[in-house]
Ligand binder design. Structure first.
Ligand SMILES: Cc1cc2nc3c(=O)[nH]c(=O)nc-3n(C[C@H](O)[C@H](O)[C@H](O)COP(=O)(O)OP(=O)(O)OC[C@H]3O[C@@H](n4cnc5c(N)ncnc54)[C@H](O)[C@@H]3O)c2cc1C
Length: 437
């Protein structure tokens, strides 16, 4: 499967994409003394990214711990909120179907957390000065006779590397050129998300049940809503770290570090003609969710009402389709670029972090002469293809259970959840590892 061998001499890694996976990998390589440059299409760190919440599992947290310098990891911890410790499935009338206890306690590394996407990117940029180039939209690569990979960018510039890593997300252009047969397909499901600050004025309007932790609402009409409070730590750890870095001292992130409540409504495209017009406004999107949830519990309707229209966005839910291994080359992929998944298990970013830490470890071994770079990439891909596509399958399954199942099978799923909820040993057996991926 290996196309060629490379010498164990020092090599430079080019990463396309400064997202969660790309920046974590850059840190891991930097830590190991491997030369690295990240190329990002955004012109600025805060472009395009929506400030929503990311659940970081103990596995994701461990990967960050392995790759980041200790001060940046401490800053990551200090800028996080509570994790999914108290996760529940509810009906649209807010009746409990199932409560999940996640594993992992208050350990600095092995615990569940929630990160704000914008803040996380800013934290991950710390310590990478001069290694991340913004405003570089990758268009294509070419392989030279001397073994280098040359990446070309929309601005007409190009850059060479010995190894090219695609960390450019679900729409990866690197993947399209490198693995043109690796499909990413529509699921037929859309999402509309919104959020509002949790303040003295808004918090009392939100039912305590929804403030207590993340909730996945499964409605009868093939729709659902993920609801989660994002509360940042306000304890001594956060204050002690307040002067470090720019995530909270810099103005653009001050708002991102305030407590907020987010919701994400999902439904079938085939039932939402109004959304297929070219560019529905944010107000139209909010009205749409308002109408769709008009018969739901008033507490859930309140969340939609309180959302700031400026935060309301529509997104298409797609999934990768698992593929067989390919011949190993000096080009590889991490995160959504190879295994993008529905957000219904909240594990895509954790998988990207796991990829980053494993690839960094393997390439570090190559840099130290313990294996060739091709062997390092091959071992990474052999493992990643297994766990990455398993996560794709389970995330698709979770979406099917929550949204696409119809009639009797949906009723059976809800009945099964109620049974699991009533019998704790059965629940631990069935859902013990949920959220820990
Ligand atoms: C609503 C929602 C909620 C989610 N919640 C969770 C959660 O709670 N927990 C979790 O683990 N996962 C969650 N996910 C999934 C998670 O967001 C992704 O899996 C994760 O961001 C993937 O990281 P990545 O580094 O592979 O890609 P990304 O974070 O998408 O980064 C890709 C980067 O590449 C850049 N890029 C793209 N194209 C180019 C180009 N041509 N040239 C240069 N740069 C380029 C992009 O600008 C971006 O910065 C959620 C997803 C959604 C949609």
């Amino acid at each position: 499967m290996m196309e060629q061998t490379m010498s164990n001499s020092s090599f430079h890694v080019g990463i396309i994409g400064a997202g969660t996976g790309g920046l974590c990998l850059a840190h891991g390589l930097r830590k190991a003394g491997v030369g690295v440059t990240v190329y990002e299409r955004d012109r600025h760190p805060t472009d395009r990214l929506q400030g929503y919440r990311l659940h970081i599992s103990p596995n994701g947290s461990r990967a960050l711990h392995e790759c980041l310098p200790p001060d940046v990891f401490r800053h990551f911890v200090a800028t996080c909120g509570a994790g999914n410790d108290d996760f529940k499935f509810l009906t649209e009338k807010m009746e409990q179907l199932l409560a999940i206890e996640t594993e992992g306690g208050s350990d600095a590394v092995d615990s569940h957390r929630s990160a704000s996407r914008l803040v996380l990117r800013q934290v991950l940029l710390e310590g990478l000065d001069g290694m991340v180039e913004f405003g570089k939209t990758f268009t294509r690569y070419e392989e030279t006779d001397t073994g280098e990979i040359v990446a070309h960018f929309e601005d007409g510039t190009s850059a060479s590397a010995d190894i090219l890593v695609a960390a450019d997300g679900g729409g990866s252009r690197v993947r399209r050129q490198f693995l043109p047969d690796a499909p990413r397909v529509d699921t037929g499901v859309f999402g509309i998300a919104g959020k509002f600050p949790l303040t003295e004025a808004t918090a009392p309007q939100v039912p305590a049940e929804l403030l207590a932790g993340p909730r996945l609402v499964m409605a009868r009409d093939q729709s659902g809503m993920f609801v989660a409070p994002q509360r940042f730590g306000h304890g001594p750890e956060r204050s002690a770290d307040a002067g470090h870095g720019s995530a909270r001292s810099g103005d653009p992130f001050a708002e991102e570090s305030e407590d907020y409540m987010m919701w994400g409504y999902s439904g079938l495209w085939e039932t939402a003609d109004v959304l297929s017009k070219p560019a529905p406004s944010r107000e139209e999107l909010q009205d749409f969710v308002r109408e769709r949830t008009a018969s739901w519990h008033p507490g859930l309707q309140k969340l939609v009402e309180l959302a700031d229209p400026a935060t309301v966005t529509l997104f298409d839910i797609k999934t990768s389709v698992p593929i067989d291994p390919w011949p190993t080359k000096r080009i590889t992929l991490i995160g959504d670029a190879i295994h993008s998944m529905t957000p219904f298990r909240g594990i895509g970013a954790n998988m990207a972090l796991r990829d980053a830490s494993l690839l960094a470890k393997n390439l570090a071994a190559a840099a130290h002469g313990e294996r060739t770079p091709i062997e390092a990439i091959h071992a990474y891909e052999a493992a990643m293809i297994g766990y990455g596509f398993a996560a794709v399958r389970s995330s698709l399954k979770a979406m099917e259970l929550a949204i696409t199942k119809r009639g009797i099978s949906f009723a059976l799923t809800k009945a099964a959840y109620r049974v699991f909820d009533a019998v704790p040993p059965l629940k631990r057996w069935a859902f013990g590892g949920l959220g820990n991926a």
